[in-house]
Design a protein around this ligand. Sequence first.
Ligand SMILES: [Ca+2]
Ligand SMILES: [Ca+2]
Length: 419
Amino acid sequence: MTPVKTTGRKFGLAMLGLGLFVASALPAAAHEEERGRRRADNAPLVIGHRGGANGYLPEHTLETYALGIELGADYIEPDLVATKDGHLIARHEPNLIDTTNVKDLPQFASRRKTVMLDGVATDGFFASDFTLAEIKQLRAVQSFPERDQAFNGKFKIPTLSEVIELAKRKSREEGRRIGIYPETKHPTYHQGIGLPLEDRLLAILQQAGWNHRNAPVFIQSFETANLRYLRSRTSVRLIQLVDANDVKPDGSMDLTAPYDKPYDWVVSNRAGTFADLLTPAGLQEVRGYADGIGPWKPYLIPSACKTVAKGACADANGDGLVDERDRVLLPVTPVINNAHRLGLLVHPYTFRSEQKRLTGTFKENPVNEYLAFYEAGVDGLFSDFADTAVAARAMFLLKHDPDYAACLLNSRRCERNND
Ligand SMILES: [Ca+2]
Ligand SMILES: [Ca+2]
């Protein structure tokens, strides 16, 4: 039996007392098979979304990645955009206006402009108008207004190479393997401005010794054509992201443009929507070029609300606000099982701890949301709060894996094999 390995040292055990799993709210059928399969040696990965600690610090900085690792993330996620001089840097969008202090720097005032980004007129400051040296003059800011703004202006924008260097150093320090999970942002857009991401990414992975199947790397994209291209050039694991615009009151997906389909389908006039990628036929197609899917989480476990006039969700809990708390969880969809049948990994996004973002069924406790998805059989998930994801995983493993519990008795650090 594979030795039980999980990051026991970092568990936020204080969280555990808060989390009584609402198992009765979830359909129990068909989980037994998953439970049997799910042991600590293939326990779900915690992927540090935008760093994994961006619930606490501004996203996509070395400081945030380092904290995400310290909180227990197995992988850290650099979203990638290109600079004018062709460097890959970690930013959520080519537009720097929401995640940096660029608009406060007079030396760059003249760079402000409006560009068409995937068919949408977008105002701001674009990474492709800045050299790396200029990018290094910027500082990151917290893009979620409700999160702590105290660290704004303190941290620099890292390159992909710097993120890899950090992951390797932290792997040595932590005694466990930290991976990276880069996302190619707006691949068609980057090709259109003469700064395609794909070969640049592979060159940097090659340089790092990480351009191979067993490297601690997943590459993700919302587009399909660039993943197919990458498949022809690398054996690194690839993940097809699957987006949507919103969830309708009845729990079905709202596929309104521009979040209706991969942008390369818009360009190539391919009919259909993101949802088509998750049908059995769609998954079969994805399997031809990718190793897994990264769906928005309601594709796996949707939620519904009662409606009022014009089909809007009602304020079910009567707190004067209409948000996720007014929704109830629906049964698990067949997507996870269908994907697993084809050998595809399933890594949904994004898990966030704010109560307004938690479906009412979870009783305002983010641990319950993680548990619901772990129980449903996901292979990993993207979290803004890696500590909570790791704590919930500990609860999940304790429930289903006696070896893990035994390891915890004898070791401060029961580490898993990330691969
Ligand atoms: Ca991302
Ligand atoms: Ca409400």
